[in-house]
Design a protein around this ligand. Structure first.
Ligand SMILES: [Zn+2]
Ligand SMILES: [Zn+2]
Length: 126
């Protein structure tokens, strides 16, 4: 499998017993199914283990649109994360695959924590 953004090979990386994703050996982007992404959101430390890339490089590559799905070759859509609209993911309309640029999984998980903190602070402020 080849990375849709930088064309380096993607390697299989396992997390826990039943989660497997593909990680780009060049830009550290991640590719998995939406269902797997949902599992990763819930897994403690999945971002630390899997998301090893440089967030600033990921942010640059996030601007690339109309990339081809590394699994089935369909043109991927840019979609906003349903919980955090500032995170843009590349979603495959055909095979349910999703590509995350480096730093996005970390962002997804850490912002969730920050949202909790903000929520707490807003309560304290009243
Ligand atoms: Zn790549
Ligand atoms: Zn696909």
């Amino acid at each position: 499998m080849e990375c849709p953004k930088c064309h380096a090979p993607m390697e299989a990386v396992e997390f826990g017993v039943d989660i497997e994703v593909r990680r780009c050996t060049g830009c550290n982007g991640l590719f998995c199914k939406w269902q797997t992404l949902q599992q990763l959101r819930d897994e403690w430390l999945s971002d630390v283990v899997l998301d090893r890339g440089c967030a600033s490089q990921g942010a640059k590559q996030n601007n690339m649109q109309g990339i081809s799905c590394p699994d089935c070759g369909a043109t991927m859509d840019s979609v906003q994360d349903r919980d955090q609209a500032h995170i843009t993911l590349d979603s495959c309309p055909d095979c349910d695959g999703v590509f995350l640029d480096a730093g996005e999984l970390t962002n997804m998980k850490s912002v969730t924590l920050m949202d909790h903190v903000r929520h707490l602070l807003s309560k304290l402020g009243r």
